[in-house]
Design a protein around this ligand. Sequence first.
Ligand SMILES: [Zn+2]
Length: 352
Amino acid sequence: MRTLALLFMFAAAMGSQVSFAQESQPTPKQPSALAGTDSAEALREHVAVLPAVRAKYWNIDPAVGYGMKDFGNGVYALSDNGWQSAFLVTDAGVIVFDAPASYGKHIPEAVAKVTNEPIKMLVYSHIHKDHIGGSVALKNIPGLQIIALDTVSDFLKEMNDPNRLIPTVTFNSAKTIKFGGKTVELTRHNYHSNEGDLFIYVPEAKFLMAVDSVTSGYVPFQDFDLTTNFHHYLKMFDEILAYKFDNFIGGHLTDTGTRNDVEITKEYTNDVYQTVKRIHNGLNERVFDAEIAKTIGPDNEFLIFKALLDKVTRDSVAELEPRWINRLAGVDVWLPSHVRAALIYVRWDDKE
Ligand SMILES: [Zn+2]
């Protein structure tokens, strides 16, 4: 036994030598995601957009202000490489899905490029002004129906924003539009904004639009796309994948998406969530708090608690960044905010 124990000690000593040798290699630099943005030097520590994502930027003439993609069966996608929307051409007129503030004024001319049919309906995905604040450009279309969730309509009536036209047709949970030989299925979801979000589905075109959900090629925007409900956000991926679709619009940036984009963002989101949960739940808070209190005393409880939340965030970012930095663009930009969003859920909503 004694020999075995000695052997063990020897092996442990060798082990520590090996790890010391590894440590004498250039120390890995801190995660780019923790670099900050407050100096030129900090900005340069961030990575460039992944080349595979850069290659998918739409070639948009600045003089035109938007690009268009034909998805077939009457569905056209619009984008200015910042925002995305769509419209559907039917035999009875055109149904527009969202009118972004950035290029909404160009929607009538975009429609006129592919059809002589007039615009008859406008559907709002949710309340946010960046996606529907260009609707004012459709204000003078006679008889235009504006379709939205009742809760979205209530908000817009209260806000009374001249750039966001008030809905004329509302519903609570689901609505199927049969118009000019085409079908549009609208369904309420709760993954993003407080007043509700729509899935917009055109079955004949295998086209699905779920705005502010998945950004193809990129991680989601800050705080998991500003979700007001991370619990529903986690369920959103399977809700999207339950549809049969070939083309997908998430509402932002440089390309439209496919099922694969939804699947990889689901994997990323679950990895962030599970990693944060493991690191947070594995921390001995009593010991950690006592250690911090040695420096600042026990009475500044807000600062002690912030130190704990900061540690979970740093450790989670350091573990997650290498796994994702070469798979999705923007990991170094938004990962800390994703970790924070997951941490709020893990600590206050989730079970152990
Ligand atoms: Zn939004």
